[in-house]
Design a protein around this ligand. Structure first.
Ligand code: HEM
Length: 413
């Protein structure tokens, strides 16, 4: 790794995430020199950067001391002010609330609504559908002339998986793709919408209202129906919470998985012997999927707020202080990983932080693993040879990201 010359404040800059080598060299330096460092970057709320694997675990486990309210994501203050003004001063929580901004018993009760659906057992009912969708989307490579932007295939597949679970028909997906990108990767100039992420959220809100009304009139046992008809303390959830649930599954379940696929594919292209090893020994798939998750860590951070004064990593953290959990930093921490900058599909153990940990650990982690497994298995079954055919491009954004453009050349089997 080259020695980073970037100042630590650069970690708040969305552009750093377009250059993984620069990002990781900055994070490695921070882990070594000052692993819990206080950062005051222009146009951002000041925060503690939690960079070590062990400290991220500690913060996430102490969920009553470090809570998710009121700030979950670090965005430029000017961007937030603009978005607030565009929505007439209405706060996002008035439009939708989701699991990520809840804490304690309320979070537990809301998570319980879909928890069993997302367990490996609960997902058995959709595995065949996921395999079939993977075949359909990799099948798109049959029609192309041996060259394609692999991101097009990898973006479309997880979108269809979550949209089918939410009852959205295929013809409405291009709109949903645009809205989820505008909601999640809203710092990237290519994905921006007038009025910001909030305007995209309002558009999605109107759309899901119809689905919710239909499913309350005729419940059908699907995930969408479970959410639409959920009750807490005997009452239907308020509209903003039902919408919040739909919204979080639509957004959290799609871009994240897509970026794991595109960025994982790039890792295989840059390390072709790893792809050949997997082809020769398909039983390595579960380990390979974990290494793809570690290597890509598509969610770059979440925030927590300290409830009371406390000591953390030898520093005094005050009540109300903001902490930023750097998942890519945890996933490449040399205290945990031997040779962290080598992409190795036989890595074991592999306790990466791609899905976070603690009470908020990714609800869709087993679904995401299944999608990655089905997709790469199908790819190996259909494609004999694949190589990079142009420069990959990464998303500009400090929250969720990865490769957004991946030109490849390939030969079918
Ligand atoms: C590779 C793909 C994915 C990655 C890297 C990812 C990552 C994450 C991370 C880091 C968190 C926060 C964990 C924490 O605070 O400790 C999270 C939460 C969440 N994820 Fe995922 N996720 C992925 C796929 C999915 C899928 C497929 C779904 C559902 C369809 C999903 C639904 C959620 C939900 C609902 C939460 C909020 C959980 C809560 O606050 O209790 N995710 N995810």
């Amino acid at each position: 790794m080259s020695v980073s010359t970037l100042p630590k404040e650069a970690i708040a800059d969305p552009r750093v995430f377009t250059d993984p080598a620069a990002l990781h060299s900055l994070l490695a330096r921070i882990r070594q020199e000052d692993p819990l460092t206080f950062i005051e970057a222009e146009d951002y709320a000041p925060f503690w950067l939690v960079s070590r694997h062990s400290d991220i675990l500690e913060v996430e486990r102490q969920a009553t001391q470090f809570i998710n309210a009121p700030r979950q994501v670090l965005l430029p203050l000017s961007y937030e002010a603009k978005a607030r003004a565009a929505s007439g001063g209405v706060e996002t929580a008035a439009i939708m609330r989701n699991l990520i901004l809840m804490d304690g018993d309320e979070h537990k009760a809301y998570r319980q609504i879909t928890q069993s659906y997302f367990t490996p057992k609960g997902l058995e009912g959709v595995t065949a559908d996921i395999n079939q969708l993977a075949a359909e989307f990799i099948g798109r490579m049959d029609q192309a002339e041996g060259e394609i932007d692999f991101a097009e295939v990898a973006m479309a597949f997880p979108l269809r998986v979550v949209m089918s679970m939410l009852g959205v028909p295929p013809q409405d997906e291009p709109m949903m793709l645009r809205l989820t990108q505008q909601t999640l990767s809203s710092q990237d100039p290519e994905f921006q919408k007038e009025g910001g992420a909030r305007a995209a959220m309002m558009e999605m809100y109107a759309y899901f209202q119809t689905i919710i009304t239909d499913l309350r009139a005729a419940p059908d046992g699907s995930l969408a129906s479970v959410i639409a008809n959920a009750r807490v303390d005997g009452e239907f959830l308020p509209d903003r919470d039902v919408f919040g649930y739909f919204n979080i599954i639509a957004t959290a379940g799609h871009d994240t998985t897509s970026y794991a696929l595109t960025t994982g594919m790039l890792a295989f292209l840059q390390n072709p012997e790893q792809l050949e090893r997997l082809r020769a020994d398909p039983a390595m798939m579960p380990l390979a999927v974990e290494e793809v998750l570690r290597w890509t860590t598509p969610v770059k951070h979440f925030c927590r707020t300290a409830v009371a004064d406390c000591m953390l990593a030898g520093k005094e953290v005050k009540a109300g202080d903001l902490l930023l959990l750097s998942f890519p930093s945890g996933s490449f921490d040399e205290a945990i990983y031997e040779d962290p900058y080598r992409f190795r599909i036989d890595r074991r153990p592999n306790r990466h932080l791609a899905f976070g940990t603690g009470p908020h650990v990714c609800l869709g982690q087993y679904l995401a693993r299944q999608e990655l497994t089905s997709f790469f298995r199908e790819l190996l079954d259909r494609i004999e040879y694949v190589e990079l055919a142009g420069a990959p491009r990464f998303v500009e954004g400090s929250f969720v990201g990865g490769v957004k453009c991946l030109p490849v050349r390939y030969r079918r089997l």
